[in-house]
Design a protein around this ligand. Sequence first.
Ligand code: ZN
Length: 482
Amino acid sequence: MTDKKYVEDLIDQDDDFDQWYVDVIRKAELADDSPVRGCKVVRPYGWAIWENVQKALDWRIKEAGVENAAFPLFIPQSMLAQEADHIEGFAPEVAWVTRGGGKDLEEPWAVRPTSEAIICPMFAQWAQSYRDLPLMVNQWGNVVRWEDRPRAFLRTLEFYWQEGHTAHATLEEADARARQMLDAYRDMVETELAIPVVPGRKSEAEKFAGALHTYTIEAMMGGKHWALQSGTSHNLGDHFGKVYGIRFLDRDGERKFAFNTSWGLSHRVVGATIMVHGDDAGLKLPPRIAPIQVVIVPIWRKEGELTTVEEAVTRIVERLKPVARVKVDWRDDRTAGYKFNEWELKGVPVRLEIGPRDVAANQVVSVRRDTREKTPISIDELADRIPALLDTIQADMFEAAKRMLSEHTAVVDDYDTLAQRAADNAGWSLAHWCGDPACETKVKTETKATTRCIPFDQAEEAGSCVVCGGASSGRVIFARAY
Ligand SMILES: [Zn+2]
């Protein structure tokens, strides 16, 4: 029987956070390298987290009045090329299919990098009158954006996401919809993943190719305190409507172009969950999206003890099954110590230990993954106490992440401090910026920090740009980003 500590060779976060991220994904069996360059294999434990994210977001999308649909994986070149900014923005990342059915295609097909170019032409057919609007669809699927240096969940050639697309009669309605869906993302990420985010607008340089405005939620990762763009929503104006001919007869009898939005959230939020909450012992999964919420580790030495413990575990599982996702670790080729380490590495929020002495006392010992706090709980009270404990852990993890965000965000009024903070991985800098792309580029080139967003929630405050000293009416977040 091996008692070798499972997490022995997991590197400490402070020593090398990027290596910790790679190690923890492999050891916790979330994802694996694939034989296809740029692509990763998502393993069942990692996919189960993503499935829970999908469920948590899917009902929010439906609640917002949007229906799910499916559109083709391929987009003919001529359709993709119709919108100039859009194709220009995506061109270097697009994969092309040139042969099919044993023949050269008449024109190359793009493997969708995003689906505006295939959905907008359909909207053009479906929108005849103002009565047909708004059109609101979402699809869950995969897209391809060429990538040579993959990082599991964060940046892979093929990735999984949902993309929502809507068409509206007015610009105001489209903008409100883009903001509404961003808020659905904020709510899902904060409530389910226990990750606080800052919602705001992207600068012109950072916005989506072809969009009027791009809105984003930005989250602070652990370790280096870099930012991760965790979901974006675009007000596309009537730009795509004009290009793809989405015209409708309005109430006033005039034919007008529709206004569009699109919005996406990908499986990179699984990467965010790993980086925000994890520690030197491994993952720490928020209960609401943890594939296993409670793991029971029975402890026994002799045959007779096994029977006693088995009987008690059966009763415990009966009580917990209706209220939590439970697993019992009955393996007999691993020591209890090994199992404790493994389930900690895998980030299971609550571990219940039960041996013959606990059975005699009609109790289990519960251990929280986030604080390691140990508490005996009477078996009779489990069905009430465990859901309450999971709620407490969820809330405490959110608070801990909020503290990290506020401790590593600083108001910065001069360029040198901003540059120093970026170099030191000290966190986010809230600084005045005049809006000139040249100042933004200077910061990016010299410090690698980019403008993450112009937060919605800020007081109007006159100031001067940290780069050029020009007038500024508000602060933006400068940070390094994944
Ligand atoms: Zn400036």
